[in-house]
Design a protein around this ligand. Sequence first.
Ligand code: B12
Ligand code: SF4
Ligand code: SF4
Length: 266
Amino acid sequence: MGADLGRTILDKCREWGVRMVGFAAADAWDEPPFEPWPPIEFHPKAIFPGCRTVIVLGLPVTLPILETSPSIWYQELYKNLNAQLDERAYRLSQLLNELGHASVYVPRDGYGTVELLVESPYAFFSHRHAAYLAGLGTFGINNMLLTREYGPRVRFVSVLTAAELPPGGPMEKGLCVRCMRCAKACPVQAIGDVAYPEASIDKRRCATRSVELKKRYRSPCGICIKVCPVGEDRKLFGHGNMTYDEEGTPPELWRAWEHVRRYGSL
Ligand code: B12
Ligand code: SF4
Ligand code: SF4
């Protein structure tokens, strides 16, 4: 039964253009695989009592567009993906409700405006932790979830459901190669090198930069996800060993990025 429903969900998602899909058992939050772990009130069973499975969907962030960031091009892609993620997740939750499995979707972000995140950089539910438990990827030094397919260049959304589905489990081997490119490239030195990469992010600095970029119509920043060498998407675009400075970038690409940044934003 669970396996059949799982197949139906995967087929539907594929039909809707979502190829990255994972299932995490709601009980898995009770046994933190590492510390610090989201407090109990952030767990799916606390947010949606009766929840048995979290379904995580991911859509890729197109590398060459992200490479122009900060830019209006990346801002538009970000908004587009956000809308698509919310739409797909709502649609999936409704499909499950129609099949008799109580379900709700959690929006891909869940905050009113980025200014709020400077003081309190949390949402009520973390999609990265769900994606980790579903086996879609592992955490990197940049505090993002890295996937085989797209490295950290993937955005997530979740559906909490009463249905029992065959869960994935965390990947055995971490994907981060600890090259520290993300830390070196961060323009506000928000990424540190400590034992717990998660806790090493200075969220206030990052959120403050985002507030500034927003005023210029070129938020979010995203530099720490564009420089990460992990991800098969690099092969497709032939952007393997880029260093993202003028020397390490083919001149035609550098010119293209400068051109894009000159228009539509401040
Ligand atoms: C708030 C937020 C931010 C804030 C704060 C960052 C953060 N919290 O990590 C700011 C504005 C800085 C930010 C920036 C970015 N973000 Co953001 N962000 C979120 C958001 C909305 C909520 C994250 C959250 O609150 N999780 C819940 C808490 C429990 O988890 P946590 O913060 O990781 O907490 C851990 C530690 O901080 C620690 N901890 C230590 N002390 C405390 C105290 C308390 C009270 C708590 C709760 C926890 C805690 O324990 C926790 C468990 O390990 C998520 C979307 C979502 N709803 O999941 C996107 C999300 C994490 N962001 C994303 C992205 C891509 C970015 C950016 C690259 C910008 C961009 N879009 O280009 C940057 C990268 C910054 C970085 N290197 O970390 C993606 C990540 C995708 C991926 N592949 O991993 C997400 C998942 C959005 C999405 N739907 O895909 N973000
Ligand atoms: S999004 Fe930008 S400011 Fe925030 S951590 Fe990444 S590189 Fe630094
Ligand atoms: S840029 Fe390097 S250190 Fe940073 S997350 Fe990616 S692989 Fe890890």
